[in-house]
Design a binder for this molecule. Structure first.
Ligand SMILES: [Zn+2]
Ligand SMILES: [Zn+2]
Length: 264
């Protein structure tokens, strides 16, 4: 059975190695950076969201309610996640009857990281993982400057719907370089960023790029966040995975879909 998240790699119905490693990395990020910084933002000891704006006339409230609410929501998800594998004792039940940890996020997170293999093997693993990705997105939005994000493409789910004028809804998807997944801020869809990027390039007619070998490698590294060299491209070419067409001198025409599929 393929991995229920990415569909790649035979994985016996549990999350594949790559998705499990990504999950662990996200939990570690939440523990070391995301949640502590979010708590600071909630109590307005650091500010990321209001830079560039004129100071408000009224003194700011001592609590950033959006950040505080997000902290509480994410902590609730982490407690429920711990409950499904019996981690983060003592355990109790929430209002909907789910088993949950009664400990706080900073206690639950290392427990979840330690038991990542149990998490990856539960029947709900894909849903739980996607909830973690969505939570990381929410925390990240409140703890990062938006400028660091770049346009990856438009949401393919929103594109299927129409707005008031009858045109397709084009929701820009922004992400930091190297990200694999994102959640659409408009419809909440869970998105594979490589897919979003590939579709966007295709719709823009940019199916081919003309670059030198080194520039094509640099382009691919930028698009995917995976380090690729000209030598790597050569290896893929000899393996029959890439078929660049020679244009002139050092310039070759590369098929964008082929390039992207090589790093999958
Ligand atoms: Zn996977
Ligand atoms: Zn969307």
């Amino acid at each position: 059975m393929p991995c229920p998240v990415c569909g790649n790699d035979p994985a016996d119905g549990r999350l594949c190695h790559e998705c499990t490693a990504d999950w662990l990395r996200r939990l570690e990020w939440l523990r070391r950076i995301g949640m502590p910084v979010l708590r600071e933002v909630a109590y307005r000891r650091v500010r990321f969201r209001e830079h560039g704006h004129a100071p408000a006339a009224a003194p700011p409230s001592p609590l950033d309610e959006t950040a505080a609410q997000t902290y509480a929501d994410v902590e609730r998800d982490l407690r429920a996640m711990a409950g499904t594998i019996g981690a983060g004792t003592p355990l109790g039940w929430d209002r909907t009857g789910r088993r949950v940890s009664t400990r706080d996020a900073q206690h639950v997170l290392p427990e979840l990281a330690r038991r990542i293999d149990d998490l990856a093997s539960t029947p709900d693993a894909a849903d739980l993982y996607q909830a973690t990705v969505a939570d990381c997105e929410r925390v990240d939005m409140l703890t990062h400057r938006r400028e660091e994000r770049r346009l990856v493409g438009v949401c393919p789910e929103c594109l299927q719907t129409t707005d008031g004028d009858g045109g397709p809804v084009r929701t820009p998807i922004l992400a930091e370089p190297g990200r694999r997944w994102a959640v659409c801020p408009e419809c909440g869809a869970f998105l594979d960023l490589r897919e979003v990027r590939a579709r966007y390039l295709e719709s823009a007619g940019g199916l081919h790029i003309t670059r030198t070998r080194a520039d094509a490698a640099r382009w691919l590294s930028e698009q995917t966040g995976i380090h690729v060299t000209g030598k790597t491209l050569d290896n893929w070419r000899y393996a029959g995975r890439l078929h660049p067409r020679h244009v002139e001198g050092r310039y070759w025409e590369w098929d964008v879909r082929e390039l992207l599929s090589c790093v999958r």
